[in-house]
Design a protein around this ligand. Structure first.
Ligand SMILES: [Zn+2]
Length: 353
């Protein structure tokens, strides 16, 4: 059925307003602000961006760090590297004189948990006197011997405690409170925090942290805007689990429709790189899905790893997300997808190079 057409008389003014808004750039001001690089990096190497009235992104400390500031103090998601921790603490002090109360870690990655020791020691648990006062609240969540607490999924603690030799984690970086089920919720600073486990994605200990009132999703390395997502198979990660997590994020994210010139929208803070919105996430999710499907098709055609690589399955996405530098290159990403898909039972299984 054809939609009834409005007369030119009634649609023209509305179209003119829309055109004026679009051409003036008003429609994309929020997006531009989120993407704009700082004019100059401050002397401490950290960029602090205000995302919401009481939510800040601290970038440049290894991983991105989110600080939610309220009446009881500061709730952090991730703590950056050990080396950056004193500068992170100084940056938090410039936001508020109140103590750090709680840290939530999105994975066991060293550049996400490295600041746990200094930042918890400088902080204060939620009810520091609870045990002494005989209140019976000896849970590490609220008392933790007076220090701020660290929450993570149980697999984060398991991986940290298993690591040995040069890879070992100092005990002071370990979480003080873990959960083994799907999600953990709490209300702090007038904000509902939902910590949702994503099994087998970047690792097996990843969580999405939802700041419900502020409508901010902290994704950890489920998203890394500087490269294709790092899938750490040795620590329980998988391509399918990562795609599941990105699809879950799509479900949880709201775009600024139907009034596109409003800035209102869900913000996604990735483990590394710039703040995303739903449109950015859609492009990232689609890129990974398309590359995965291309590799799957090539495997079905009987191609081995060399032939898959030669067919350039990241074509069209390489300039946006690809990198040949560092430990997680585009090649590694393709190899990881190939290994996971070729492993699956079926005719392709015999073709693992
Ligand atoms: Zn990371």
């Amino acid at each position: 059925m054809k939609r009834p057409t409005k007369s030119w008389k009634t649609t023209a003014p509305a179209a003119a307003v829309l055109l004026a808004l679009l051409s003036s750039g008003v429609g994309w001001s929020g997006r531009a602000a989120a993407q704009q690089p700082q004019a100059a990096r401050p002397a401490d190497g950290l960029d602090v961006q205000k995302l919401r009235d009481d939510v800040y992104l601290i970038a440049g400390a290894g991983s991105n760090i989110v600080a939610q500031v309220g009446p009881i103090g500061v709730i952090l998601v991730d703590s950056g590297t050990t080396e950056a921790a004193p500068r992170v603490l100084a940056a938090i002090r410039r936001l508020t004189p109140l103590p750090v109360r709680y840290i939530i870690n999105t994975s066991m990655d060293r550049d996400h948990v490295g600041g746990n020791q200094l930042l918890t020691a400088s902080g204060l648990s939620i009810l520091p006197g609870a045990v002494v006062a005989g209140a019976g609240l000896d849970d590490a969540l609220v008392s933790n011997a007076g220090k701020a607490s660290v929450l993570a999924h149980e697999n984060v603690q398991t991986r940290m405690s298993e690591a040995t030799g040069a890879a070992a984690y100092p005990f002071a970086l370990w979480p003080t409170k873990t959960f083994a089920f799907h999600a953990y919720s709490m209300y702090l600073n007038g904000e509902g925090f939902r910590v949702i486990h994503q099994p087998a994605a970047h690792t097996d200990g990843d969580v999405i942290v939802e700041l419900r009132r502020s409508d901010v999703l902290v994704t950890g390395d489920l998203i890394d805007t500087t490269r294709f997502p790092m899938i750490d198979v040795s620590r329980g990660g998988s391509v399918q689990g990562l795609l599941d997590a990105l699809n879950r994020l799509m479900d949880m994210t709201i775009y600024n429709l139907p009034i596109q010139w409003n800035d209102d929208r869900t913000l996604l803070v990735p483990g590394h790189g710039r703040v995303y919105d739903k449109l950015d996430l859609l492009e990232y999710r689609d890129a990974i899905t398309v590359v995965r499907d291309r590799v799957a098709d090539l495997i079905k055609e009987g191609k081995n790893l060399q032939q898959v690589k030669a067919a350039n399955p990241t074509l069209g996405y390489r300039s946006e997300y690809g990198t040949d530098r560092g430990e997680w290159t585009t090649d590694k990403f393709v190899e990881t997808i190939f290994a996971e898909l070729a492993k699956k039972p079926g005719p392709a299984a015999a073709r693992v190079n």
